[in-house]
Design a protein around this ligand. Sequence first.
Ligand SMILES: [Zn+2]
Length: 117
Amino acid sequence: MHELPVTESILEIVVKHAKQNQVSRVVSITLEVGELSDLENEWLQHYFDYLSKDTLAAGAELKIQRAPIVLKCRKCGHEFRIQKDELGLTDCPQCGTAGDVSLVSGRQYHIKEMEAV
Ligand SMILES: [Zn+2]
């Protein structure tokens, strides 16, 4: 259940940002969550509803977008996207090196957009 601390930090940023911009209410928050992250949309919204009750962001809708998985070949430096179910098959499409890759993107989460009134 690591959605709880994640949601807490998201809410913290959102509220801080909302205060700085003197908005009266946050309507929606667009989150970008890496394809490899196991954060569940329903839990994020559930915790968010619970934690945001007495804040400017109470009742805000979380819009969750999945960001693609990007790998980088350690040999030639080529970056390429893969699907989650292709993870075991990570041959570099450029030089053909098998399995010598690092993860560039796929586990991160960040706030992409905020809609407020
Ligand atoms: Zn390569």
